[in-house]
Design a protein around this ligand. Structure first.
Ligand SMILES: Nc1ncnc2c1ncn2[C@@H]1O[C@H](COP(=O)(O)OP(=O)(O)OP(=O)(O)O)[C@@H](O)[C@H]1O
Ligand SMILES: [Mg+2]
Length: 342
């Protein structure tokens, strides 16, 4: 861009100087011919000069247009690269469409690698309809990856994930994602207004529905304090908001969607204790009568779940109800409770 601008700025004075020089030369040469003999009549010469000086500006703009075409072509190339990018996750032939979860989600011998090394190894568990399953484990153990596999953001390398006995690879991807609400660890927000960012999950929603969702997510209060309220632009990736505010917008989006299956990845990690407890209440309400996969580090959430899956290095090391895991004093979960009690 720097070298481009430098050339662009140089081009204009340069071409002006050159065209003046050319004009001077022509006047000198033409004047000499007129004065020296009868080769050219003065009126012809003046007419010539007039026409010539009229031709110079369009000729100059021809060079700028060439420069603009080059610039546009470079931009178009980059945009085309982006638009032609193939999505690796595609629908199979004749995919099955689902509109709700009837029975369960099952992970069967799931293995997954991003590049070469296995990140998820032999994962087996099931989430029955209406259950809340917590996944806990150290950072980098593969919790987010499991949630991503469930929404088919990646395809498993081995094994399969079943929704009501359909392999998710055989399901219509948009129908699968339609029944899911995902609040991801890093909020995915766009350079648009708060209203449009929430609306994304249900484009047909009314203003009241969006506001209600924001109220449930404990976001309404901070939104109405902003200058343009719901019409405030939140900047690239929502950079004009704090981490907790971004999270609450993501939660409002999930609330608005009112999905059958809810995936919450550390949904309240960036909130202070007070907002956290109120958002947590909202989430607890939201989780009622819904199938939820929740990745959490707060014991309050984990305690209320039907089943806990403890992941270490991509493997399940413990699985069971909170009570059953408590019985084993050496379990990861018991230690977590101990640390919390301290
Ligand atoms: N897009 C990716 N490409 C390559 N490797 C990845 C990618 N995303 C995650 N990983 C690797 O996979 C492993 C598991 O990551 P994951 O995000 O699932 O961890 P996590 O359990 O959610 O951790 P945290 O609690 O910190 O969020 C990590 O070792 C990470 O380096
Ligand atoms: Mg994670």
């Amino acid at each position: 861009m720097n070298s481009l601008l430098r050339r662009k700025d140089l081009a204009s004075p340069l071409s002006e100087v050159l065209s003046t020089i050319v004009l001077v030369i022509i006047m000198w040469f033409g004047g000499k011919i007129v004065l020296d003999g009868n080769l050219l009549s003065p009126e012809m010469f003046i007419g010539y000069i007039l026409i010539f000086s009229q031709i110079i500006p369009p000729a100059r703009s021809l060079t700028t247009s060439y420069y603009r075409i080059q610039k546009g072509a470079a931009a178009a190339k980059r945009i085309n690269n982006f638009l032609n990018e193939q999505c690796e996750i595609t629908n199979c032939k004749n995919p099955t469409t689902i509109n709700k979860l009837n029975e369960k989600i099952e992970f069967i011998d799931v293995n997954f690698k991003y590049d070469s090394s296995l990140i998820i190894k032999n994962i087996n568990f099931e989430i029955k309809k209406g259950e809340i399953i917590s996944i806990i484990g150290e950072s980098g153990s593969g919790k987010t990856t499991i949630a991503d596999l469930c929404a088919r953001f990646y395809d498993v390398s081995n094994g399969q994930i079943n929704f009501d006995n359909h392999n998710i690879k055989d399901l219509n991807i948009s129908s699968l994602r339609n029944i899911m609400g995902v609040v991801s660890q890093e909020s995915i927000l766009f350079n648009d207004t708060i209203f449009n960012n929430i609306l994304l999950s249900k484009p047909s929603a009314t203003i009241e529905e969006v506001e209600n969702a924001a109220k449930i997510a404990n976001a309404h209060e901070f939104i109405i304090k902003l200058e343009n309220k719901y019409e405030t632009n939140i900047g690239e990736r929502g950079d004009k908001l704090s981490g907790g505010e971004k999270q609450r917008i993501s939660i409002a989006r999930a609330v608005l969607k009112n999905p059958d299956v809810l995936i919450l990845d550390e949904a309240t990690s960036s909130l202070d204790i007070e907002s956290e407890s109120s958002v947590q209440n909202a989430l607890t309400n939201l989780m009622k009568n819904r199938t939820t996969l929740i990745i959490a580090h707060k014991l309050s959430t984990i305690r209320n779940s039907d089943k806990i899956v403890v992941i270490n290095n991509g493997e399940i090391i413990e699985i069971g109800t909170p009570e059953s895991l408590m019985k084993n004093k050496d379990s990861y979960y018991s230690k977590l409770i101990e640390i919390d009690a301290d």
